[in-house]
Design a protein around this ligand. Structure first.
Ligand SMILES: NC(=O)c1ccc[n+]([C@@H]2O[C@H](COP(=O)([O-])OP(=O)(O)OC[C@H]3O[C@@H](n4cnc5c(N)ncnc54)[C@H](O)[C@@H]3O)[C@@H](O)[C@H]2O)c1
Length: 287
């Protein structure tokens, strides 16, 4: 596993907590060079402090992903630090706790959501991944190698009541990822989605939630599919979503792909609509 991502130059957002922290540590322990980006600098320092041993390196980077300029600076500083970027993991996210502390027990109705909160959620969960991917894609394409990995969520979460604007924001990133993968075809750069496959055992699920913590997906479940996606093993894989808790670290990749992977989004529904997802918008029915 170590050889797969050794010296790969990575950026992980949301590196101060939960899944982002686990993925930052996992990549660095496997020998990657990781820019650990988060708005919470002290949390990233804790991530760094947890790295004991391992051939890789973690470089903390404070970023407020709601700011376009800071997104641009993040990519520029990664290029300055490492001379390029091989892997971008868009993991940082806000969830319904932004809207209500009681969101798990008391239904949030969309008409009670403030416009500013809708905007902040979309800025962190959708615009920031777009900005980072937009800035990094030309760099990766010039290298002829790159990986954009977007962390979305389960389809049920996207459609669930009481989940505006989290669900809609994740659906937007899911849809964007499908288009990006197609636009990157032939460039050597892939775009894929990775999800835990259920509520995960991170601070995003509040400690007082009435959920048995041992029923939650452990952040470590992200590692094996992440290393696969970040490595040469996934060169032919783009436009795919992987469900981490279905991926077995000890199984061969093709078996795992059969069990845990499917095309991003809702391609069956798209096909049934008769409106093409490929080619010019001027194609018949393409508006
Ligand atoms: N935890 C789950 O059950 C679950 C399930 C499915 C998908 N996800 C997704 O996985 C990702 C990680 O979730 P998590 O559970 O690790 O969450 P978390 O709350 O533990 O971590 C999120 C991180 O994002 C950072 N962040 C928030 N706003 C930021 C900003 N403006 N700029 C920079 N960083 C910012 C936070 O500081 C935090 O470190 C999210 O995108 C989330 O939507 C989580």
């Amino acid at each position: 596993m170590t050889a797969d991502v050794k010296s790969k130059r990575c950026i992980v957002t949301g590196a101060g907590s939960g899944l982002g922290r686990a993925m930052t540590l996992g990549l660095a322990r496997a020998g990657a060079l990781v820019i650990a980006a988060d708005i919470n600098s002290s949390a990233v320092e804790e991530t760094l402090a947890e790295l004991k041993g391992g051939a890789g390196r973690i470089v903390p980077h404070r970023v407020d992903l709601t700011r376009v300029q800071e997104c641009e600076n993040l990519i520029a500083s990664a290029v300055r630090e490492f001379g390029g970027v091989d892997v971008l993991v868009n993991c940082a996210g806000l969830n319904m706790a932004l809207i209500s502390r009681d969101f798990l027990t008391k239904l949030v109705r969309f008409w009670d959501v403030e416009a500013e909160d809708w905007q902040r959620m979309f800025d962190v969960n959708v615009r920031a991944p777009f900005m980072l991917a937009k800035c990094v894609a030309p760099i990766m394409a010039a290298q002829g190698w790159g990986r954009i990995i977007n962390i979305t969520t389960s389809f049920g979460t996207m459609l669930r009541e009481g989940n505006t604007p989290y669900g809609p924001a994740k659906a937007a990133l899911e849809a964007a990822s499908a288009g990006w993968a197609q636009e990157l075809e032939g460039s050597g750069v892939t775009c894929n989605v990775l999800i835990p496959g259920g509520a995960a055992d991170t601070p995003m699920i509040p400690p007082d939630a009435r959920i048995a913590r041992n029923k939650l997906v452990p952040p470590s479940a992200m590692m094996s599919p992440l290393i696969f996606l970040a490595s040469d093993r996934s060169t032919a894989v783009s436009g795919i979503r992987i469900v981490a808790n279905r991926w077995r670290p000890d199984a061969p990749d093709d078996e795992n792909m059969d069990r845990a992977a499917a095309p991003i989004g809702w391609p069956d529904l798209a096909a049934a609509s008769g409106v093409p997802t490929k080619g010019s918008v001027a194609a018949p029915g393409g508006a």
